[in-house]
Ligand binder design. Structure first.
Ligand code: NAD
Ligand code: ZN
Length: 384
């Protein structure tokens, strides 16, 4: 089968690899028809985080079931399914509590003895090959395949967002504690930030502010009724305070991660955390889904070493704020979010800028990585 293979920093190719196949009776084999490129792929693509050469990317996957193992009975060949990027077992202590991003069964404990959580197409998240390919093996398929309604094939560009970023954006607002009628500021108008904004609008926030500096991404934020804040035109914190009568937003979300830029456009990993503490009100809540994993070598910042982000804890404490962080437990959200899509209440495909055949993955990675104007979200279509 063909797959997007990593050959080194900023070097991916579509190559032939051995077919994915059923390896265990609980596996489901899915023929992938939509598979997204994610900001999380870029950490590995750019060589910021490790990824084995020859490994296959792709954790935002949707397709049609090709074959099921003997122990699978909820899904069958022909079903259209969205596949959470986390690989859970469904029966460990964490999965049972809905914490499927921290599954104890599927984790690779050679990474660290108490490791929890697994995903497709990441280093340190288990040996699971990604789905930017013709086929994907889905472990514990009964648990990990979300069945889709009859309009699945035509509306793949909406449903594929259930694999990661729509639940992740929703999760950011949950971690922040957003309630109807509250205001929220979202740092980052990438796909994840735009999904957080979409979630906040659906949840009934009174004001949704989205900070970035890419005009095309800010325009998309505006298109769903959010207030775009361009931080190249002046301090984001000042603009949020002005819009909230000097009080600050009730809630804030971090949807950027450690490669955040500072006002001069230089990479500054502490930037968004400090800005959140300042632009969220006293007693407000902050949800962090941007990735801040340990980095070796560390970015060019004296305050940042091996994942240690320095932010103003004193001010955070003084303001009595709360914070929630981490990977999204996709299983905790994807069923209701699927139903919001199928009834037309949610339309996460508004961020899609490109649908391209799998063979064009190297070009797509180049443009998405450069954040080139208009390249907001790319879906690769292996069947095209
Ligand atoms: P992206 O890189 O396309 O988007 C990030 C956006 O943030 C860019 O548009 C950039 O211009 C903007 N930005 C940079 N510095 C900023 C600053 N100081 N203030 C405001 N905006 C700033 O990536 P994405 O696909 O949207 O993903 C965002 C983050 O979410 C990444 O770190 C990704 O790894 C992470 N992520 C986490 C989860 C999870 O489960 N927690 C899931 C998916 C993605
Ligand atoms: Zn992703």
């Amino acid at each position: 089968m063909r797959a997007v293979v990593y050959n080194g920093p900023r070097d991916v190719a579509v190559q032939d690899v051995p077919d994915a196949r059923i390896e265990r009776p609980t596996d489901v084999l899915v023929r992938i028809t939509s598979t997204n490129i994610c900001g999380s792929d870029l950490h590995m693509y750019e060589g910021r985080t490790d990824f084995p050469r020859g490994g296959v990317f792709g954790h935002e996957n949707l397709g049609q079931v090709a074959e099921v193992g003997d122990a699978v009975d909820r899904v069958k060949a022909g079903d259209w399914v969205a596949i959470p990027f986390n690989i859970g077992c469904g029966f460990c202590k964490n999965c049972e509590r809905g914490l499927s991003a921290f599954c104890l069964t599927t984790a690779d404990r050679s990474v660290m003895p108490n490791m929890a959580g697994a995903a497709y197409g990441f280093a340190d998240m288990g040996p699971y090959r990604g789905g930017q390919a013709d086929l994907l093996r889905v472990p514990y398929g009964d648990y990990n395949c979300l069945k889709l309604p009859p309009d699945a094939e035509e509306r793949q560009n909406d449903y594929v967002m259930l694999a990661d970023i729509f639940p992740t954006g929703w999760h950011a607002t949950e971690l922040a504690g957003l309630r109807p009628g509250e205001s929220i500021v979202i740092y980052g108008a990438g796909p994840v930030g735009l999904m957080a904004a979409h979630a906040a609008m659906i949840k009934g926030a009174c004001m949704v502010m989205v900070v970035d500096r890419h005009p095309d991404r800010l325009r998309l934020a505006g298109s769903i009724g959010a207030l775009p804040i361009d931080d190249s035109k002046g301090s984001a914190v000042d603009q949020v305070l002005e819009l909230t009568n000097g009080i600050g937003a009730d809630r804030g979300c971090e949807c950027v991660g450690y490669q955040a830029h500072d006002p001069q456009g230089h990479e500054h990993p502490n930037m968004t955390m400090n800005d959140l503490v300042k632009s969220v009100k006293f007693t407000g809540g902050i949800g962090v889904v941007g990735v801040f994993t340990p980095q070796d070598p560390a970015p060019q910042d004296p305050l940042y070493k091996q994942g240690e982000i320095v932010f103003d804890h004193g001010l955070f404490w003084f303001k009595g704020q709360t914070i929630g962080v981490g990977q999204c437990n996709v299983k905790a959200y994807n069923r209701p979010l699927r139903d919001l899509i199928s009834t037309g209440r949610a339309k996460p495909s508004f961020i899609v800028s490109h649908e391209l055949p799998l063979g064009e993955a190297p070009t797509a990675y180049r443009h998405f990585d450069a954040r080139d104007d208009g390249w907001t979200k790319v879906i690769l279509k292996p069947a095209a």
